[in-house]
Design a protein around this ligand. Structure first.
Ligand code: ZN
Length: 82
């Protein structure tokens, strides 16, 4: 609680944005396409805390499934392609 408010105000991540993952799954660190996570757990979470969006990360090259249910604080929008 609390921390996400700080991160959320910095910059918004929209569906399809290229992001860098730097969360707890260190072997999964890297660049991904961010999509809203649509699993049932995140769907229920969203009902209670609409601002606490979770993301499903997709490998831009489509070779590996990325982390899911990723917190906003675990990703940063990449500026390399802007
Ligand atoms: Zn999820």
């Amino acid at each position: 609680m609390g921390d996400d408010t700080l991160f959320r105000s910095l910059d918004l991540i929209q569906s399809g944005d290229l992001v860098r993952y730097h969360g707890s799954i260190t072997r999964a660190h890297g660049l991904y396409i961010a999509l809203p996570c649509s699993c049932s757990a995140c769907w229920h979470l969203y009902e209670f805390a609409p601002g606490d969006t979770r993301y499903a990360l997709v490998d831009p090259w489509g070779e590996l499934p990325g982390p899911r249910c990723v917190r906003r604080a675990s990703i940063t929008r990449s500026t390399s392609c802007s």
